[in-house]
Design a protein. Structure first.
Length: 165
C-alpha cells in the first residue's frame, strides 16, 4: 500500500475525514488509512471503489437564552402570537459510526462504529413558533404538518437573504 496523499484539512476533521472514510479530492478517490486528530493529518491512499462512506451522527442544539428577534406585528390573517425568535445556542455533533454505501443504488453495504471526539460551537438559533391551532387545521385537512414545516424552512432560507443587507 502506497500513501499518495497527506491531508491537512482541519475544517474537514471529523466531518468527512475519519479512518475508513472514502474521500474525493480533485476527481480522485482516496481511502483514509490513518488519522491523527491532534495534528489534523490524515494519511490516505488512492483507490477505485464501488462504494462511498457517510457518517452516522446526531446533533444536539441546546438553547442558552435569548430575545424576540422582531416584535410581533399583526398582519391580516396572522396570529398575533407569531413572532420570530432568536436565541444563543450551543451546537454539539457526535459521530458514532459510518455507512459504506454502494454507488448507484445507494444500498447500505456495511456499517462501522467510530470513536471520535464531539465537536461543539456556539451559534444563533432562529425560529418562528407555529400555533397549535395551525397544526390542528393542517392535520384536519390530512396534510403533513412536518412536511409543511420542512418546506416552509426551505422557503425561508431562500427568502431571508433578500431582506438582509
Amino acid at each position: 500500500m502506497k500513501f499518495l496523499k497527506r491531508l491537512r484539512k482541519a475544517k474537514l476533521l471529523p466531518f468527512q475525514i475519519y479512518e475508513g472514510a472514502v474521500y474525493m479530492h480533485q476527481g480522485k478517490t482516496y481511502v483514509v488509512k490513518e488519522l491523527d486528530i491532534s495534528e489534523k493529518i490524515a494519511l490516505c491512499y488512492e483507490a477505485n471503489l464501488h462504494y462511498y462512506t457517510k457518517t452516522r451522527d446526531y446533533t444536539d442544539i441546546d438553547v442558552l437564552g435569548g430575545d424576540i428577534a422582531y416584535p410581533p406585528r399583526a398582519f391580516k390573517n396572522q396570529s398575533s402570537r407569531t413572532a420570530a425568535q432568536a436565541l444563543s445556542c450551543k451546537v454539539t455533533t457526535t459521530w458514532f459510526g459510518f455507512y459504506c454505501i454502494q454507488r448507484g443504488s445507494n444500498k447500505v453495504l456495511d456499517t462501522f462504529d467510530l470513536s471520535l471526539p464531539k465537536y461543539s460551537y456556539e451559534s444563533q438559533a432562529v425560529w418562528i413558533p407555529v400555533p397549535q391551532s395551525i397544526k390542528k387545521l393542517v392535520e384536519e385537512k390530512q396534510f403533513s404538518f412536518r412536511g409543511g414545516l420542512h418546506a416552509a424552512s426551505h422557503a425561508l432560507l431562500n427568502v431571508v437573504p433578500l431582506y438582509l443587507r
